[in-house]
Design a protein around this ligand. Structure first.
Ligand code: NIG
Ligand code: FE
Length: 508
């Protein structure tokens, strides 16, 4: 991206300037509908940052003094760029075959069980080199920018294999070097069980914990620290004991042990800065115990680069169990990866509760949550991220209970879930329409959920998500005079200008 400093800019005369200013925490309940509107508003930027926000009349003199370049936003709504906090941007090809099968009557789960779905995306991705993956995603990123998205989370997940997952994470890093948008990488550690691990999910989870998570987290693993490919060591014992734990009492013992080890993981994290990374890696992988043959794999050699910031699991019927996901989150935490969880999309499994227990940044989907789950989420810091694009594309009648979550006081965000299987849309404006028309949010709530609260969902609300002095100059202009027209005129791209870090990156 360009090294020269962006010009000073003065965006003047917005019909409505939606600032979303004034909140350091996610907006909940009635506050979710507060947009901080300034009529005939203006924004003055200096380099990548917002210098001043206010009425155009009051900013005019300073803009002249600073010789800022003036951009007239007359008759338009100006607001923070959309923050899309849930995408699966990197995949090969598409899933139009699945799409047609569904239209002919098969369900999403039936197609997945027959080897389509995520597995078919994984087969395509394994055949693709880095270059076409990056090229396809780069094309999508231009479209994200053209539709007003300025920051997006990007998950891996179509690898289902250590090397392929790392390929995806490297593709994300390569894209970040090319795009002006901010990409936040997430390791989607558990997405689907590869066919080669059929009936051995425990061993797959073990592979992910010992061989993928440390590398994705950028642990500089010295030769000999990581257990060899064939030896599962003490962890094999763990799988074994779990499988044998049939009676109530042993289940209770296991539960207590897990609760303790989760607490220990949290302590570890607190103390991490005082220890060398190597000793952290050794502790995490149980080096020295279990008597396995250590080996330096190619993935480990390629480590040292932090490739992910968050860790995600698909915790659902037909995907991974709460137990599997808990273990992966504990492991991720030890390496500083913050959990986010695909929860209660297909069935209620207790995934949202796991998200709360693990201090996840978000619990996403939530179609099947219970009233008690709603109360628990509302009482927690977890951002409830709703993805109505998936419901729309799957042709479902039932949508996530947005209204109940908002009214209960949960911190609600909206995202596209851009992916080839269930939600091939990158248009946040359409997500706003779905939120309003299908889930009965107000337009103001939907806007707040897709900017400020989404920034909280990515733990970046100190920099993005609202228009305030000192924050990043990420803003968009839409060709409407009233913000309510954004969802009202649905399936239209209203965005006419996208500004990222003080630079106009799209205009028409
Ligand atoms: O968020 N639920 C799991 N992951 C994606 C779908 C992935 C796919 O079908 O390719 C989702 O909906
Ligand atoms: Fe998803």
């Amino acid at each position: 991206m360009p090294k020269t400093s962006p010009p000073r800019l003065f965006f003047r005369n917005a019909a409505q300037l939606l600032t979303l200013s004034g909140s350091r925490v996610p907006r909940r309940g009635a506050a979710l509908g507060e947009l901080g509107i300034i009529a005939r508003g203006g924004v003055l930027t200096e380099g990548e940052t917002i210098l001043r926000v206010g009425s155009t009349r009051l900013l005019e003199r300073e803009a002249v003094r600073l010789r800022a370049e003036s951009i007239d936003c007359d008759g338009r709504v100006v607001m923070p760029g959309f923050v899309d906090s849930h995408t699966h941007l990197i995949y090969a090809g598409s899933r139009v075959n699945d799409y047609e099968m569904r239209l002919r009557g098969k369900t999403y789960e039936e197609i997945a069980q027959a080897g389509g779905g995520i597995q078919s995306s994984a087969r395509k991705l394994a055949r693709a080199s880095l270059k076409p993956l990056v090229e396809q995603a780069a094309g999508f990123l231009e479209q994200f920018a053209a539709h007003g998205t300025t920051t997006l989370e990007v998950k891996s997940g179509y690898g289902l294999d250590i090397a392929q997952e790392l390929k995806i994470l490297r593709a994300i890093r390569k894209l970040q070097e090319q795009t002006s948008l901010d990409l936040i990488p997430t390791l989607m550690a558990l997405h689907a069980l590869p066919a080669s691990f059929h009936g051995r999910s425990c061993q797959y989870v073990e592979e992910i914990i010992t061989r993928l998570i440390p590398v994705a987290a950028g642990a500089s693993v010295a030769s000999g620290v990581v257990q060899g490919k064939r030896g599962y060591g003490r962890t094999q014992g763990h799988c074994h004991s779990e499988e044998l734990a049939g009676d109530e009492e042993s289940r209770l013992v296991l539960k207590t042990r897990r609760a303790r080890s989760f607490a220990a993981a949290q302590d570890d994290r607190m103390g991490a800065s005082f220890r060398s990374l190597i000793s952290l890696v050794q502790a995490a992988l149980g080096q020295g115990r279990g008597g396995t043959t250590p080996a330096a794999t190619p993935e480990i050699q390629a480590g040292r680069e932090r490739l992910a910031e968050f860790i995600d699991c698909f915790c659902d019927r037909g995907a991974f169990s709460v137990e599997d996901c808990r273990r992966v989150f504990e492991a991720g935490r030890k390496f500083g990866l913050t959990p986010r969880i695909h929860a209660e999309q297909l069935a209620r499994t207790g995934a949202a509760r796991l998200g709360i227990e693990c201090g996840a940044a978000t619990a996403d989907h939530l179609d099947k949550i219970s009233p008690a789950d709603i109360r628990a989420l509302a009482a927690s810091e977890v951002v409830a991220t709703l993805l109505p694009g998936a419901n729309f594309h799957l042709g479902l009648k039932q949508y996530p209970p947005a209204r109940k979550l908002i009214d209960a006081g949960a911190a609600v965000a909206l995202a596209t879930d851009f992916n080839p299987g269930t939600s091939p849309t990158l248009n946040m404006q359409f997500i706003l329409s779905l939120a309003c028309d299908q889930m009965r949010t107000t337009p103001a709530e939907a806007i707040c959920a897709s900017t400020l609260n989404a920034a909280h969902a990515l733990r970046r609300a100190d920099r993005i998500g609202s228009l305030e002095a000192g924050k990043q100059a990420d803003l968009i202009a839409l060709d409407v005079e009233d913000y309510r027209e954004i969802p009202y005129y649905f399936a239209v791209n209203h965005c006419v200008m996208t500004v990222k870090r003080g630079r106009v990156v799209f205009s028409r």
